[in-house]
Design a protein around this ligand. Structure first.
Ligand code: G3I
Length: 376
């Protein structure tokens, strides 16, 4: 059997068609989305509280993904507004160790961890096992090494043990929550994807990863992290079934990360409430681990930025209602640096402006919306 590195997620025809349509229609006819807001927080909503203070009062984490720890946005915004950090890329296997032939370089990740801890923030580890984006999610030569192995299964189990123990030992006492397995499912499909891990170990790679992580550090929270766009579709149902099966096998999973990237659709809030209720009933903690909602989703609203704020308030409020929601992390600091603007299907929607601070680092209505959810 030839083991293949997981190709970068295939964009389904529907997304390709959306891109073409957007370029043909939206991009040319797209008028700028009016901001209609002051560039400062509205006192009425905050009562003088910052996000970080409101989150601490609520006993939850409010976090942001940090790409470049030296960026002005991180330096200026992180300390006052967030009490949790996730390294956007620096802790990924392929970023820590480009190839299995090479060694680990923790310098970029350590800089982010040191910065977060210096501001008394919690650090989320992202992510130990991710089959997508070979060279970033995992070392670029894993498939090659396994294809040469006499017993690929045995070899991969040893590789996973070495990786998980090495990384968790390195960050022990500093990283208190780990995305142990990230996105086991196809990005736009309803099945577990054909990562090298799944090809060689079948679904056993998931329990194996969690049991190795639990052995490596019994004192951290272990999360299974997935991107769900629609909480009533086949992917959501299959993911919940997988979670139930893993629970029944007593796999040591403490929490479920719902990434919450909103690019081409907004989820139904009743369906989201029902989903989080089921996760809570199974005894899992829940975190919104990569939250962002493109402003293009609110383009037709009278006041798009207020509508984006209202969505965040309702979505985060629904998660908090589950009683199991322990953290909300936005996938970035400010609109000038957001990953969505790099995504081909979303290029016509640029600027996606999904975050809490605008391109000039001013507070947006979205900030108010999150505050209102935290203060309810
Ligand atoms: O570091 C290289 C640089 O040397 C090179 O010059 C440059 C141009 O090719 O690429 C740089 O690597 C990029 C890397 O980000 C670091 O900036 C990769 O090409 C690029 O694909 C990678 O994108 C990241 C992506 O994960 C894949 O790792 C995004 O920034 C990051 O926001 C995104 O985050 C993921 C989460 O980890 C999992 N959930 C989905 C989320 C969005 O895709």
């Amino acid at each position: 059997m030839t083991i293949r590195a997981t190709q970068n997620p295939k964009v389904p025809f529907s997304m390709f068609a959306l891109t073409v349509k957007n370029f043909m229609v939206g991009a040319f006819k797209k008028k700028p989305i009016p901001k209609l807001y002051k560039t400062a927080i509205s006192e009425k909503a905050t009562g003088g509280l910052t996000l970080k203070e409101a989150a601490q009062k609520r006993g939850v984490f409010i976090g942001a993904a940090i790409g470049d720890v030296d960026s002005p946005a991180v330096q200026e915004l992180f300390p006052n507004h967030f009490n949790s950090a996730t390294a956007e890329n620096a802790m990924k296997w392929g970023e820590l160790r480009k190839s299995l032939a090479g060694s680990y370089d923790f310098s970029k990740a350590d800089a982010i961890v040191d910065y977060a801890l210096s501001h008394h923030a919690r650090m989320r580890g992202h992510t130990l096992v991710w089959g997508k984006f070979p060279g970033h999610g995992s070392p670029k030569d894993i498939a090659e090494v396994l294809n040469k192995a006499e017993d690929p299964r045995k070899m991969l189990m040893a590789i996973l043990e070495e990786h998980i123990f090495t990384v968790m030992e390195h960050f022990k006492g500093r990283v208190l929550t780990w995305d142990v397995v990230n996105e086991p499912f196809e990005l736009f499909g309803a099945n577990v994807d054909q990562s090298v891990f799944h090809q060689v170990l079948g679904l056993d790679f998931i329990p194996l990863a969690f049991s190795l992580a639990r052995q490596a550090d019994p004192n951290v929270k272990l999360f299974l992290n997935e991107t769900i766009y629609n909480y009533s579709d086949k992917k959501a149902a299959n993911f919940l079934k997988l979670i139930r099966d893993l629970r029944a096998q007593n796999v040591p999973i403490d929490g479920i990360g719902l990434q919450s990237h909103m690019m081409t659709e907004l989820p139904s809030l009743p369906e989201f409430r029902n989903y989080t209720k089921q996760l809570a009933e199974l005894g899992f903690e829940i975190e919104l681990t990569e939250l962002d909602a493109s402003i293009s989703l609110f383009r037709k609203e009278k006041n798009p930025y207020q509508a984006q704020s209202d969505f965040y308030r309702e979505y985060i409020g629904a998660c908090l209602e589950s009683g199991a929601c322990k953290g909300i992390t936005f996938w970035g600091m400010y609109d000038r640096d957001n990953w969505m603007d790099q995504l081909p299907p979303l290029i016509p929607f640029r600027p996606n402006n999904p975050l809490l601070f605008d391109e000039d680092m001013f507070w947006k209505p979205a900030y108010d919306g999150v505050l209102e959810a935290l203060r309810k």
